[in-house]
Design a protein around this ligand. Sequence first.
Ligand code: UDP
Length: 236
Amino acid sequence: MPEFKRVILKLSGEALAGNRGYGIDPEFIAEIAREIKNIVEETKVEMAIVVGGGNIFRGIAGAAKGMDRGTADYMGMLATVINSLALQDAIEQEGLDTRVLTAIEMRQIAEPYIRRRAIRHLEKGRVVIFASGTGNPFFSTDTTAALRAAEIGADAILMAKNVDGVYDSDPEKNPNAVKFKELTYIEVLKRGLKVMDSTAISLCMDNKIPILVFGLKEIGNIKRAIMGEEVGTIVR
Ligand code: UDP
């Protein structure tokens, strides 16, 4: 039996870039789609996905080069729409129904985000993809994952990352970095650990939503997390 009935899977934009570092890697996205299809069919978990946009554009990067932050953030949100459509296409090619719900209206492309409608789609077994972040500049897709999780009553947020958990220092720079099995929200905030940004962590803390951080590249990890097996780090 799966441990969680309804989850939010957060995929960073970078994850979709695979080994390219930029843009979308069609093979990698097809692999993720296959994994998602198998998980949903086998476990019957209700899965909603929040995709980032960092593989295409980040608001902060634009602002650092002199752009207006609000405008740059809207560009970042549009980047998440591109990623959402790519993911929708890949998952539907696997034969699973999906719906993209966007926080910024663009009727020709996707349904507007309506909380009750999102829940209904999930109940019908459709994979829901939340596009355009929260729809507000100065936020992130991590915060989107936390917000949507609270809104739809998700049991957990699965943070599939390029690293296999949360470490006390950067494991790529420090060979002695130690991985945490478990952390509290407050510890994450106090130590400034890179799980999610602080707005997102606070929202999870206030709404008691557990966060599971694990490596995406290891096939099978998403399912393990859903089944309640130990993967990476749990924040609760
Ligand atoms: N963004 C935003 N509001 C939101 C979500 C995202 O303004 O609610 C913008 C922001 O500019 C961000 C970009 O969209 O840099 C892409 O999202 P994010 O950086 O979270 O993507 P990830 O790091 O997960 O790839």
